[in-house]
Write a protein that binds this ligand. Structure first.
Ligand SMILES: Cc1ncc(COP(=O)(O)OP(=O)(O)O)c(N)n1
Ligand SMILES: Cc1ncsc1CCOP(=O)(O)O
Length: 491
């Protein structure tokens, strides 16, 4: 009997009905093990006991060859009969205590969990690991419990704090979204996944070795550095000087690389816009491009709120930018009220804590705009005090800030890509480059330009302010930005 040190990184759950035409099950299993599957669960939902037993025995022989543990889905009798390493149980299957009393000591018992309460109970009952989800929809199984979504997984993982219970996510996980899954499924306390459970992306592949290899490479790389969050990381010590220096470096990069920025404007209620956002967001994540999300008026209607939630569960935003009402609505906070797309009232009592917590929860950089702007990567908070009241008197200044952030993020990302060797090892970074500095630079470009524009002799009010603002944006230089920037760093 293999002991408890289990590598949950790439957990294959079998599904013989998904094999490509002509592909032999045992051959597929062996190839997936060669590709890096680290744990196998034999799942046979409609097979007779005799055939299940035979499949399980044959599977065990192959798993042993690669020293990979084998678990049986639901059926304790089969697990006992073949001397499996344990079982995976669902919420309506045999209770953990009963299974534990029947299985040999040190057997692995996993439990499906769809809610935080399920996780707490599984911990109490002595599960070795939990299979949490469904993280996305799946064609593989008719899932009856609501989709948890990437953003719902953090709370479930948090329930494992202080325990030795491991966690894998399940449902809809593929090579194209596994990094989003790993990056997004982290609790605010820093608890991340121990692995991912996958059926179709491996089993339905004509080349399961390759399918497993590419999944395993990303999981391994992520597990070696799970804490980064689009900035230089939690150990980086940002100072006002270092922030200003980064801003100064980023502006010329825009002019050097002229990155292509795809913009979808704020008409979030039209289907076309929502669909395009969805598709482009997915592609951006797959291609590791930054996504700046400006949830305009998100609190104004339920439709906007559910659209924003859906989008944020479908792809990982790099930067979320909004006013107090918008970010408050995203965070389900009642502290700030909205009037249409505008925020009314005094704002948050403690904006620094608010942006830090939201950035930690959403696993991205958060920009809270207002008279003072606040930016956080979930660890450090930067307070930016540039700007002019005339910005509030023209329409679209918030959108302009979003665009400016996007162009700085694009430049930072393209510059990083240019430095990277084509054969550099997988680093499991969803976006490369310092997106925290880029978001700060994006805000500063508009707010500093507004200060220069407002004092121009030709500016008489909001009508003449707008073209002057555009001119001043075009005339920004690193020196102008660095010397005008009012930056405070709050650790
Ligand atoms: C790792 C993992 N997680 C969840 C499940 C689902 O198990 P269950 O709820 O018992 O549903 P069935 O697999 O029996 O349909 C799993 N099998 N593995
Ligand atoms: C067994 C199971 N339990 C919940 S979802 C699922 C299947 C996941 O399959 P896939 O990885 O193909 O989405």
């Amino acid at each position: 009997m293999l002991r408890r040190s289990i590598d949950y990184s790439l957990y294959l759950v079998t599904g013989r009905d998904l094999l490509p035409n002509g592909k032999d099950y045992l051959e597929s299993l062996e190839e997936s093990l060669q590709g890096g599957v680290s744990l196998v669960q034999i799942r046979e939902k409609t097979t007779d006991t005799g055939e299940f037993l035979k499949i399980a025995q044959q599977s065990k022989a192959i798993c042993r060859k690669y020293n990979v543990p084998i678990l049986i889905n639901d059926r304790l009798d089969i697990a006992l009969a073949i001397g499996a390493d344990g079982v995976h149980l669902g919420q309506t299957d045999m209770p953990i205590a009963v299974a534990r009393s029947m299985l040999p000591p040190n057997s692995i018992i996993g439990m499906t969990c769809n809610t935080v309460e399920h996780v707490r109970k599984a911990v109490q009952d002595g599960a070795d690991y939990v299979g949490v989800g469904p993280v996305w929809t799946t064609q593989t199984k008719k899932v009856t419990s609501p989709i948890v979504g990437v953003r719902g997984m953090g709370e479930m993982l948090k329930a494992l704090d202080g325990t030795n219970v491991k966690a894998v996510a399940i449902a809809g996980i593929k090579f194209t979204n596994v990094l989003h899954c790993l990056h997004g499924c982290v609790s605010t306390t820093g608890r991340s996944l121990d692995g991912v459970a996958v059926v179709s992306d491996i089993v339905a592949s004509p080349d399961p070795r390759l399918a497993a290899q590419r999944l395993a490479a990303i999981v391994q790389a992520f597990k070696s550095n799970p804490s980064h969050n689009f900035s230089l990381g939690p150990t980086a010590s940002y100072t006002p000087e270092s922030v200003k220096a980064s801003v100064g470096v980023l502006l010329p990069l825009i002019r050097h690389f002229s990155p292509l920025v795809h913009q979808i404007t704020n008409n979030v209620v039209t289907n076309q816009s929502a669909n395009a956002t969805l598709a482009l967001g997915l592609n951006a994540n797959i291609n590791r491009k930054p996504i700046v999300f400006d949830p305009v008026g998100v609190g104004a209607t339920k439709y906007r709120q559910s659209s924003a939630n859906y989008l944020l569960n479908t792809w990982q935003a790099t930067v979320i930018k909004g006013n107090a009402a918008e970010l408050g609505a995203l965070a389900n906070s009642l502290e700030v009220q909205a009037k249409g797309v505008d925020s009314v009232g005094k704002g948050f009592a403690d904006p620094a804590s608010f942006v830090r917590n939201l950035a930690k929860k959403e696993r991205c950089v958060v920009v809270l705009t207002g008279m003072t702007d606040w930016v956080s990567d979930g660890t450090t908070v930067v307070k930016l005090s540039n700007g002019h009241p005339l910005l509030g008197e023209i329409t679209g200044s918030g959108c302009m800030v979003g665009s400016s952030i996007a162009i700085f993020c694009a430049a930072a990302s393209v510059a990083e890509a240019a430095k990277r060797a084509p054969d550099a090892p997988e680093d499991a970074r969803l976006v490369r480059g310092d997106m925290f500095a880029a978001a700060i630079a994006g805000v500063l470009a508009v707010t500093i330009a507004s200060e220069f524009a407002a004092v121009r002799a030709d500016v008489k009010g909001s009508g003449t302010f707008l073209p002057a603002l555009i001119d001043e944006l075009g005339g920004l230089t690193p020196d102008k930005m660095v010397s005008a920037a009012r930056v405070e760093v709050i650790h």
